[in-house]
Design a protein around this ligand. Structure first.
Ligand SMILES: Cc1ncc(COP(=O)(O)O)c(C=O)c1O
Length: 257
């Protein structure tokens, strides 16, 4: 689910208002359900069905307006964590298009063009972030693994409780026998990338691979606490190519006068 703690705003549910602007001809409506809101297949279908069934009737009966475009936006979720659900975006799009057509026809309106704006479901799974393990601290109640990144390269856990999993990149064939928490390097108590993950007993120097970071990760990165952004490499067909170099201290100081 995109909003597990329920702490984040959900806007525009239940009531809708339409206004008329002089000289503006509205061609359609858009459903803005980003931030992985449609990570859960059930919620996604309810949201799409709800809007598509409600909108044509409200538009036609109350406003005499027929949208030519029903834009369902983005927000089609991906799984960042094994416990998460995610709809099949292609199946969801086909269902939504059919629902839209039916709802418009039932409201006596012409069929609209159905548009989609998928983002993360296209590129999210293509990205993997690699971290080097520094200290491993074994306390009575939990083992902490400190990495050379965290909230400056991926602020999503702090922003909205996003959950991730990790693999021990060079030891993926070993059995994951130790429950650990993964902490970042930014000197903040909230800089926890992963609360709980099982890894083969971690040690200093291990490489951790965090999957499904191809969307909203590097793009949301920052120089928090003066940490440089990491490099990015494109990997395919057994080849790797640097497509973005690692930031240096000179990069961090370039705006100083
Ligand atoms: C207007 C609009 N469309 C589409 C998207 C893509 O959303 P997603 O990557 O969740 O599919 C966004 C993301 O913020 C957006 O703002």
């Amino acid at each position: 689910m995109g909003n597990p703690s329920g702490r984040y705003a959900i806007v525009g549910v239940g009531t809708s208002r339409f206004g008329k602007l002089q000289g503006v001809s509205a061609m359609g409506f858009t459903l803005e359900a980003s931030a992985n809101a449609m990570a859960d297949a059930g919620i996604a279908r309810d949201a799409v069905d709800g809007v598509l069934v409600m909108m044509p009737a409200v538009m036609g009966e109350q406003h005499g307006w027929a949208a030519r475009v029903a834009d369902l936006g983005g927000g089609f979720g991906i799984r960042h964590h094994p416990d998460e659900d995610a709809p099949d975006a292609v199946e969801l799009a086909a269902t939504a298009a059919a629902t839209a057509r039916k709802a418009f026809v039932a409201a006596g309106l012409p069929e609209p063009a159905v548009w989609l704006e998928p983002g993360r479901c296209l590129v999210g799974r293509a990205g993997v972030t690699l971290y080097r393990v520094g200290a491993v601290k074994r306390l009575p109640d939990r083992t902490w693994v400190a990495i050379d990144g965290g909230m400056s390269d991926n602020p999503r856990p702090q922003l909205y409780d996003a959950r991730y999993t990790a693999w021990s990149a060079a030891r993926a064939d070993e059995s994951p026998d130790e429950a650990v928490s993964v902490a970042g390097m930014h000197c903040e108590s909230g800089d926890v990338l992963i609360d709980d993950v099982f890894l083969p007993s971690p040690r200093r120097g291990d490489l951790l691979a965090v999957p499904a970071t191809g969307a909203y990760t590097l793009a949301m990165s920052s120089n928090y606490n003066g940490v440089g952004r990491p490099a990015a490499a494109l990997v395919g067909g057994g080849e790797a190519r640097l497509i973005r170099r690692r930031e240096t201290t000179d990069d961090l100081l370039r705006l100083e006068t």
